[in-house]
Each structure stands twice: as structure tokens, then as C-alpha cells.
Design a protein around this ligand. Structure first.
Ligand code: ATP
Length: 386
């Protein structure tokens, strides 16, 4: 018998509803797929409001230690504490484990309404760099002495003469490194090969930001040529690039042109939301933050805490459930993941879903979070009757 201990954070807001739903569905799929020979021992760790209520800190050291020790975990959405100088808990978690890839697979499930004519053509996997770019948080507010000092440095020492309104400008810094770009592109290329996905596309704004975004492009091509020369020459892997604005347009006009997308942090943010909208929106988009060198990975609901619907048994648990499917695939328990995906798709095809999805289905039936969860459990067990 194989049992893995899986740390999890319930999360704030709708986390209290979607996390137990996800656990029930995963446990059912494991039982059905492996008949008790593969199990998860769920280990709750605390972060966000729950942690603050219990321990007085938003992200206890213990939580970081447990994730570090167990390597793989899963989390619901977390509230960002309000206040000057308090950082997003998601960002702190990612940075403390150096989870440098934000992976978002984007595919369409039959039955889900989409603004596209052919959503079935969408099969893209976004590798968003998670540790650099403007997310490093290096910026100064307009009118502060720091902004003034920074401007004087630019002007006096760096010869910068084209800041249009220096007195009222805020400033930000965008660090992008060769190492950071290379490890991201390496992970994307390996993933493409493992999943038989032909092309890695480097998406960037190198035409405007020549050394940061342009550097990412150059380092990405060079890394691929150096480390994947056989795969490239044998045609098992292709690498190309696209300017970010054209890319967003092309994904709508010609989605089959793209499979694995490697991009910097801010581009990745925009791209993730657009691609999610193309196949059903954030309620159903899964994601993971991964360090492929150490093996650390945290799978997560990609939406926020949805305070407007929290506690009303209306939240869609699919983002977290599909993140758990990614986790099961990550540890090689694919059969259980496939059972879950099939059960969800059967439900969507019959137009049965939570309100956020059901309202766009022509004959949709809106189910509560708990009602939807029960139905998925019955479908996995092969006991669902309409
Ligand atoms: P936060 O401050 O935590 O980011 P938010 O409300 O600003 O929360 P989201 O939680 O991402 O941002 O929610 C945006 C909108 O999408 C809200 O109207 C919310 O109700 C809806 N939404 C988000 N997640 C879900 C979900 N799982 N099921 C249904 N609706 C959702």
C-alpha cells in the first residue's frame, strides 16, 4: 500500500467550501482507481485568516517547513492582508520555496460555454516565470524622496534625459536574469517533450524592452540550441517566439498554432486570464507553482477568495479539483486524475454545474457546491442516475 502525506491549506473565503469538496472527490477517485492501495493522508497546515486567528501570524514558519519537508502540497485561495508593507501570502509562499514556474494548462471541456467558435482547438500550457520581472516589487511612489533620489541617479549618473515629468513620476525596476530565463525555458522544453507537445513559443515584448524581454528571448533560444539540439534537429521539438500583443490576438484567431508558452511574469498574468476566459473562466482554471530542480510544488485554485459568494454554497470547486488532477498526474497517479476529469466532463455535457458555469449553458441546471460535489462522487463511482 502506498500512502502519501499531502499538506494542504484550506484557504480563506470560498476555500472553506471548495477544499473539502476537492478532498472528497480526490479520495473517491483514489478508492475507485486503486481500491485502497494508493491513499492520501491529508495534513492541514495554516495560512491566511485561519492562521492569523489561531497563531497571530498570517503565514507561520511551521507551514513553510511542512511544505519544504513534503515537497508537494495544495492550497485554496488566500486573503492578502491589508496594510502597508504586508505582502501577498501567495507571493511569500512562492518565493520562500523558489517556485519559479507558474504552470497553467488550458484546455476546453465539452459542455462548457466559450466565446470561441472552436474551443476544442485550445490546448495550451503556460509557463509563467514566477520570481522576477516587475513582480520583484522594486518601485517608488511619485513625490517621495526615494523617487527623487532614483531620478537624480538616472539623470546625473546614467545620462537619462527623457523622463517626461520627473517631478511627478513614480519609478519601477524590472529585473530579468539569464539564469531565471534559462531555468524557465528549460522546464518548458522538457515539459513539451514529455507531453508530446511540438512547439515552445517564447512570448515577449523584446521589440520595446530590448534587454529584459529581448534578453529573455535571446537566452531562451540559446538555451534550447545548447541543451536540446538533438530534439530540435530531429524535429521532436520546435522553438519559436511571438510578440505579446500579436500573441494575444493569434490565440483567438489561430489557437492550434500554440502548445507550450514560455513567458515572463507580467505577460504571463495577462495571458493566463485571457486563455482561461477562452475555455470557461477562472472558476475552472487550474494551476501549480513548481521548482523543477528541488521538486517542490504547490497546486492551487487560481481564483481569489470570492468574498461576495463565500459561505453561500455557490462556489465552483473545479479550479481546485483540476489543480488536484494536475497534482495526481505530477506524482504519476494518472488513472485517478482521469476518472475525475471524465466525471466533470460528463456533468458539463449534461449541463449540470455550479451557477457561474450553468448560467451560460443553454439548458443549464445550477447546482450548489455540495450538490455538484455529490454528483461528481456518484459519477466517479459509476452510480450516478439523472
Ligand atoms: P480576492 O480579493 O481574494 O482576489 P476577488 O473577489 O477580488 O477576491 P476573485 O475571488 O478571483 O477575486 O473573484 C472575482 C469574481 O469571480 C467574483 O465575482 C467571484 O465571486 C467570482 N469567483 C471567483 N472564484 C469563483 C468560484 N470558485 N466560483 C464561482 N465564482 C467565483
Amino acid at each position: 500500500m502506498e500512502t502519501i502525506t499531502l499538506p494542504y491549506i484550506t484557504g480563506d473565503g470560498v476555500g472553506a467550501e471548495i477544499t473539502p469538496a476537492m478532498q472528497t472527490i480526490v479520495d473517491t477517485a483514489l478508492y475507485k482507481a486503486y481500491n485502497g492501495t494508493r491513499n492520501i493522508r491529508w495534513l492541514e497546515v495554516f495560512a491566511g485568516e485561519r492562521a492569523f486567528r489561531q497563531t497571530g501570524t498570517w503565514l507561520p514558519e511551521e507551514t513553510l517547513k511542512v511544505f519544504e519537508q513534503h515537497q508537494v502540497g495544495i492550497k485554496g485561495p488566500l486573503t492578502t492582508p491589508v496594510g502597508e508593507g504586508v505582502r501577498s501570502l501567495n507571493v511569500v509562499l512562492r518565493q520562500s520555496l523558489d517556485l519559479y514556474v507558474c504552470l497553467r494548462p488550458v484546455r476546453w471541456y465539452r459542455g462548457i460555454s466559450s466565446p470561441l467558435l472552436h474551443p476544442e482547438l485550445v490546448n495550451m500550457h503556460i509557463f509563467r516565470e514566477n520570481t522576477e520581472d516587475i513582480y520583484a516589487g522594486i518601485e517608488w511612489e511619485a513625490g517621495t524622496s526615494e523617487a527623487g533620489k532614483f531620478y537624480r541617479f538616472l539623470h546625473d549618473q546614467m545620462g537619462v534625459a527623457n523622463v517626461r515629468f520627473p517631478e511627478t513620476s513614480a519609478f519601477g525596476v524590472k529585473p530579468v536574469s539569464r539564469e531565471g530565463s534559462e531555468r524557465l525555458v528549460r522546464a518548458a522544453c522538457r515539459y513539451a517533450l514529455q507531453h508530446n507537445l511540438a512547439t515552445v513559443t517564447l512570448v515577449h515584448k523584446g521589440n520595446i524592452m530590448k534587454y529584459t524581454e529581448g534578453g529573455f528571448r535571446r537566452w531562451g533560444y540559446a538555451l534550447a540550441a545548447r541543451e536540446f539540439s538533438d530534439e530540435l534537429s530531429e524535429g521532436r521539438l520546435r522553438i519559436n517566439d511571438c510578440i505579446a500583443d500579436a500573441f494575444l490576438q493569434n490565440t483567438l484567431l489561430n489557437p492550434t498554432a500554440y502548445s507550450v508558452i514560455a513567458t515572463l511574469n507580467l505577460n504571463g498574468d495577462y495571458i493566463s486570464d485571457q486563455l482561461a476566459a477562452m475555455v470557461g473562466g477562472i472558476g475552472i482554471a487550474p494551476g501549480a507553482n513548481i521548482n523543477y530542480q528541488t521538486g517542490h510544488a504547490i497546486f492551487e485554485a487560481t481564483h481569489g477568495t470570492a468574498p461576495d459568494i463565500a459561505g453561500s454554497n455557490r462556489a465552483n470547486p473545479c479550479s481546485l479539483i483540476l489543480s488536484a488532477v494536475m497534482l495526481l498526474e505530477h506524482i504519476g497517479w494518472n488513472e485517478a486524475g482521469a476518472l475525475i476529469e471524465n466525471a466533470l466532463e460528463q456533468s458539463f455535457v449534461q449541463e449540470r454545474a455550479t451557477l457561474d458555469l450553468a448560467r451560460f449553458m443553454p439548458g443549464g441546471t445550477a447546482l450548489s457546491t455540495s450538490g455538484f460535489t455529490k454528483e461528481i462522487v456518484m459519477r466517479i463511482l459509476g452510480k450516478y442516475h439523472a
